[in-house]
Ligand binder design. Structure first.
Ligand code: IPE
Ligand code: IPE
Ligand code: MG
Length: 247
């Protein structure tokens, strides 16, 4: 739930009218973070999970409406079984530890992607978190788990066909997992690579892209503020011409 007043938002160097409605994050670089410290990759994933807490808290506090985070892609299924097992364990641990605070803060949790691929324990934990928070009025937190942008579009098309919908943009967009969050305004990718990796292909059509070399476990609130400041300074034209004050 939004906590900060406009005055407080300004005190972070941000512009209240230029807070994005929908932020998406490719949380990349956990493995390299760990390797650089001589630690196993799993330690990087653990540190990455810990970094999430303050980012969710801050986006919620400044009144971002939707936050969509990439936790596991359809392509990540290629990773060694052992690493996937570690990620599944962390996921369960994360929800068990954070669910109460998220719920108290009015966060509504939704997983996007094909959850059925995961072990039953993961599915049950995630579904329980979704159910508990389903009616919450605050930040819409979409967690991408076994998610792929192409798979999402195929699924949306299937659903549209099944209802004999007109073949138009709305037929697709209303069947996306994120239909109630709308288009992405700001896409952040940590970890130094500048690519999309099959994330939210439809929803980022006019997103502002922000890339940083900072690896996900080191992505603090101050790093997020940098991204939000960059966003506030962008001129968004959506294919049109510059208009007075339009950014
Ligand atoms: C992102 O970190 C988390 C997942 C993809 C699950 P990586 O594990 O991709 O870390 P790097 O890119 O190898 O450093
Ligand atoms: C993207 O990171 C997926 C997640 C952060 C969950 P990857 O590490 O899988 O992306 P690539 O392989 O570098 O494109
Ligand atoms: Mg990576």
């Amino acid at each position: 739930m939004k906590k900060y007043s406009d005055q407080e938002i300004k005190s972070f160097g941000l512009i209240p009218e230029r807070i994005p409605k929908h932020v998406a994050i490719v949380m990349d670089g956990n493995g390299r973070w760990a390797t650089a410290k001589g630690l196993p990759r799993g330690a990087g994933h653990r540190a990455g999970v810990n970094a999430l807490r303050d980012i969710i808290r801050f986006t919620s506090d400044i009144g971002v409406e939707s936050l969509t985070i990439y936790a596991f892609s359809t392509e990540n299924r290629k990773r060694p079984k052992e690493e996937i097992g570690i990620l599944c364990g962390l996921l369960i641990e994360y929800f068990n530890r954070e669910i109460d605070e998220l719920h108290e803060n009015g966060v509504r949790i939704k997983s996007i992607g094909d959850l059925s691929w995961f072990p039953t324990a993961v599915q049950e934990t995630v579904r329980a978190a979704e159910q508990k928070t389903a009616a919450n009025p605050g930040l819409k937190l979409n967690i991408a788990l076994n998610y792929g942008g192409r798979a999402e579009l195929v699924r949306a098309m299937r659903q549209a066909f099944a209802e004999n919908a007109e073949a138009d943009e709305n037929a697709i967009s209303r069947h996306l997992y994120t239909s109630d969050s709308g288009d992405v305004d700001l896409l952040i990718r940590t970890g130094g690579d500048e690519r999309v990796s099959n994330f939210l292909l439809w929803q980022i059509a006019y997103a502002e892209l922000y890339f940083t070399d900072v690896k996900w476990p080191d992505f603090t609130r101050d790093e997020l503020i940098k991204a939000l400041k960059a966003f506030a300074g962008r001129e968004r034209r959506f294919g049109g011409l510059k208009t007075n004050g339009a950014k």
